[in-house]
Design a protein around this ligand. Structure first.
Ligand SMILES: *Cc1c(COP(=O)(O)O)cnc(C)c1O
Length: 402
């Protein structure tokens, strides 16, 4: 397999389109010059439709978790009561950061594999009024569950109108619809290495009017992650500190590809890839981990059957060039995850399913060759047919310029 690049099917970082890779290799420029300013401006404006906001976006040089820390320290003060709604390990992390900075955190812990229930959130807020913020995970990458943020935000708005709604959409935004203004979300975080077809290194954060107002009164300590200085610098086409310029080049190019494909086209492609992944894994006899009503469109988690040792299973898959992700935290050794986000195509998912099928046959499982690939193909085609029936349908994959 060493003649080929691996089919990197982990939920970020993702494989990069050729022009994005090339963009990352460009010569450095002055990050205080007009060329950088124009590029930053394109990114800040170009991201807004994906966030569903007309408010300001900030680009920070840090991992997605740095973006989560940014959300906490810019809107909260020590002692603030915070409701952390956790459906997996990233929800736990968000709540943990708030606690470390001195927030008084109460957690709702949802059974892993399930989505948060708007009614439960409403009840928790009504039972204990006065929460300054509610922390939500949009796409819980550790379990492959996508929370219904619109409904959850509506529940918060109704039960506790003054609470800030802070959302981790590190692995969701850019791949699926998000309307932060319409849904009343106050702050959203995403990361360059997930849906944005770029290398790790940047976190993008958008805040509502209320979110930006909170940055003026919050008293948690902050310097590097202070959103006020990022907004101020952006007015001059700059970032307050030296940015990861190579990754900024890549996000600029990734965004260009996404715009060429069209937002709806990007979303439909992710939906088709997710449908293919679920159908293919199911046909192979794997039990999907997520509640099907809330299955993620960017990552699919499946249970490892009894007797399947993760290391041996993964080794066999990897020897055929497919890189899967294992389980995180308490799911280690119990599930595996197949990522389908960023520049992913249906063909790449079919390729991964073909390898899983081949390994199953080699291991003597009673699998009819081609059946899982066929099921995956059919599921993807069903989604594509649906989406091409709409007038604003866009091509299935981002056109890659020659
Ligand atoms: C990847 C991810 C993060 C963390 O991103 P890092 O860049 O690894 O810090 C946070 N939340 C979710 C939901 C993620 O998928």
């Amino acid at each position: 397999m060493d003649r080929f690049e691996p089919n990197l099917r982990i939920p970020g970082p993702t494989g990069l389109p050729p022009t994005v890779r090339e963009a990352g290799g460009r010569q450095m420029i002055n990050h205080r010059g007009p060329e950088f300013g124009a590029m930053l401006g394109r990114i800040l404006e170009g991201m807004k439709p994906f966030f569903g906001t007309t408010n300001d976006v900030a680009v920070l040089t840090c991992a997605g978790s740095g973006g989560l820390e940014t959300a906490i320290v810019n809107t909260l003060s020590p002692g603030d009561r915070v409701l952390g709604v956790s459906i997996g390990s990233f929800g736990d992390r968000f709540a943990k950061i708030a606690g470390i900075y001195g927030a008084d955190v109460t957690k709702i812990e949802v059974e892993w594999g399930r989505a948060a229930d708007p009614q439960a959130v409403r009840d928790a807020l009504l039972a204990n009024p006065g929460y300054r913020a509610v922390l939500l995970t949009h796409n819980e990458t550790s379990t492959g569950v996508m929370n219904p943020i619109r409904e959850l935000a509506a529940a918060v708005r109704e039960a506790s109108p003054d609470s800030l709604i802070l959302v981790d959409s590190v692995s969701g935004l850019g791949a699926v619809p998000f309307e932060m203004d319409e849904w009343g979300v106050d702050l959203v975080v995403t990361g360059s290495q997930k849906a944005w077809m770029a290398a790790p290194g940047l976190a993008m954060v958008a805040a509502s009017e209320r979110g930006w107002a909170a940055t003026e009164t919050a008293t948690m300590p902050r310097f590097y992650l202070d959103l006020r200085s990022h907004r101020e610098s952006a007015k001059a086409g700059q970032t307050p500190f030296t940015p990861a310029i190579a990754v900024v080049y890549q996000v600029d190019e990734g965004l260009r590809l996404m715009q060429a494909e069209g937002k709806e086209g990007v979303f439909a492609r992710h939906e088709a890839c997710a449908a293919a992944a679920r159908a293919g894994l199911t046909a192979l006899g794997f039990e999907l981990f997520a509640d099907p009503r809330f299955a993620s469109r960017t990552v699919t988690a499946a249970r490892l059957p009894d007797g399947h040792d993760w290391k041996a299973f993964n080794g066999a898959i990897k020897s055929h060039g497919v890189v899967l992700a294992g389980g995180q935290g308490k799911l280690a050794g119990k599930i595996f995850r197949l990522g389908h986000l960023g520049s992913v195509t249906v063909d790449e998912i079919l390729g991964a399913i073909a390898v899983l099928e081949r390994v199953a046959v080699e291991q003597g499982r009673r699998i009819e060759p081609g059946r899982a690939v066929g099921a995956a193909q059919a599921a993807a085609l069903a989604v594509q047919t649906e989406s091409t029936a709409t007038p604003e349908a866009a091509p299935e994959r981002a056109p890659v310029p020659a």
